[in-house]
Design a protein around this ligand. Structure first.
Ligand SMILES: Nc1ncnc2c1ncn2[C@@H]1O[C@H](COP(=O)(O)OP(=O)(O)O)[C@@H](O)[C@H]1O
Ligand SMILES: [Mg+2]
Length: 422
């Protein structure tokens, strides 16, 4: 997404009422250029999420229990100066408006907003956000980047990247399709992303992206002891949109040359260079896949609404339970959803006792054509139902990661007094 016009508008919703957050999300869900990257429930959370996600637009509530929206706006702007804050308030009083503007808010909308007004305001302000973001990045860019372009070098300021593993016990459900599309969506200047083909025997990520695989993971394992950013720069393939790709071995028999430990080490290395490491996996639950799951912050389990795939998904969830893989680190997605198929997402969720968190519709013609051309749908048709569903899934994944981080922080705080009290 190198063209400014195609740049998506990343929106953070802030409101202490779940219903309001949901309503706003719904108003925005069909806009293919707008992505809700998160929804904060308090001023404190808004500051944290904004610092982390650096949204283009913040939709800010005024009255919140822990902190008023005006204070939150001030703090957010001191941390993320290019963000454009739009205040949403039931109070249409002049005083609020004036104070919000003084704090740096760019616009003021009275609740409940109409979708036209909200969307038009977001689009109008996004132009400033994108311009100011570029300006900001230029002024803060390091003089010499150590590492692959777009990989941000060994950036000591960046927290280690998140590993997202896409897996299905059944082949053909769409793991590679979803992993390639979402990797392109995640890959931005702020969040450089690498896509790893973890299907070592029959990986086809480079085919999906129409990339000539000059180098592959085997070129990394051959120099395991001295992998550095320069070697990465050589070995990672570069998609024309900037996404970096670690290709699978060129021939199936070469998969044996890559051990599970090596794959684990490589992923750990990549996460220090990229904000997101997206791994497409093979269906076999072998040592390689287990090593990938071991490093994953989130496992995106893909299923289709048919009996054999649902049966396999049940086995997967049982197996994950035995492996003590945390349930909260699994995101369950249904692909190839077809109203005519007869099995609804609710029925699948009920059957497996697991919430379906994203649904990607079936479109044989569009998806097959995109794969054959080697141009993922997210690039060729951003407004297709599949691309929109992928963008929604990206929002869900980001929210899950933010929730997990918050949880971890809370636990850390709870732990502290115990350690001191020992
Ligand atoms: N949403 C979809 N609608 C229609 N066909 C799809 C969809 N997602 C994937 N496919 C098709 O399913 C087939 C398998 O997809 P793939 O991504 O290779 O699955 P996996 O990696 O799980 O084996 C491909 O031919 C692709 O065109
Ligand atoms: Mg595949």
């Amino acid at each position: 997404m190198t063209e400014a016009a195609e740049e998506s508008i990343r929106v953070l919703i802030v409101d202490d009422f779940a219903e309001t957050r949901e309503n706003i999300r719904k108003l925005l869900q069909f806009e293919s250029d707008i992505v809700v990257v998160g929804a904060a429930r308090s001023g404190e959370e808004a500051i944290e999420m904004a610092s982390d996600m650096k949204p283009d637009i913040v939709l800010m509530d005024i009255n919140m229990e822990d902190m008023d929206g005006i204070t939150a706006t001030e703090t957010i702007l001191s941390k993320v100066p290019f963000t454009q804050v739009i205040v949403l308030s039931i109070q249409s009083e002049q005083d609020y408006m004036r104070r919000a503007m003084m704090a740096g808010a760019r616009d003021f909308i009275v609740k409940p907003p109409s979708s036209e007004e909200l969307i038009a305001t977001i689009r109008r302000l996004s132009v400033f956000a994108h311009d100011k973001r570029r300006e900001f990045e230029r002024s803060t860019a390091p003089l010499a980047a150590d590492g692959p372009p777009g990989a941000g070098g060994t950036d000591s300021h960046r927290p280690v990247g998140k590993v997202l593993a896409f897996y299905s016990p059944k082949g053909g459900v769409g793991c590679t399709t979803i992993a390639t599309n979402i990797a392109l969506a995640f890959d931005t200047e702020e969040t450089p992303t690498v896509l790893v083909d973890g299907n070592l025997q029959f990986g086809d990520v480079s085919v999906f992206l129409n990339l000539q695989s000059k180098y592959s993971i085997n070129d990394l394992t051959a120099r395991m002891d001295d992998i550095d950013s320069e070697i990465l720069e050589d070995v990672l393939l570069l998609h024309e949109n900037g996404l970096r790709v670690l290709a699978a071995p060129p021939r199936p028999e070469m998969a044996d040359e890559v051990s599970a430990d090596q794959i684990r080490t490589i992923i750990q290395f990549l996460r220090r260079h990229f904000a997101y490491v997206i791994v497409d996996t093979a269906s076999a639950m072998d040592d390689t896949t287990l090593a990938i799951l071991d490093t994953a912050d989130l496992l995106i389990a893909i299923c289709t609404p048919d009996i054999p795939a649902i049966k396999d998904a049940r086995h997967l969830f049982d197996l994950l339970h035995i492996l003590e893989f945390p349930t909260e680190n699994v995101c369950f997605v249904l692909n190839k959803m077809d109203r005519k198929g007869g099995i609804s997402a609710e029925a699948v969720g009920e059957n497996l006792k697991r919430e379906v968190e994203a649904v990607i519709p079936l479109d044989e013609r569009a998806v097959t054509a995109s794969i054959n051309k080697g141009i993922p749908l997210i690039l060729s048709d951003r407004s297709s139902p599949q691309s929109r569903a992928i963008m929604q899934l990206m929002g869900t994944i980001k929210q899950r990661i933010a929730d997990a981080e918050e949880q971890a922080q809370e636990e850390e705080v709870k732990e502290r007094p115990r350690i001191l009290g020992r």
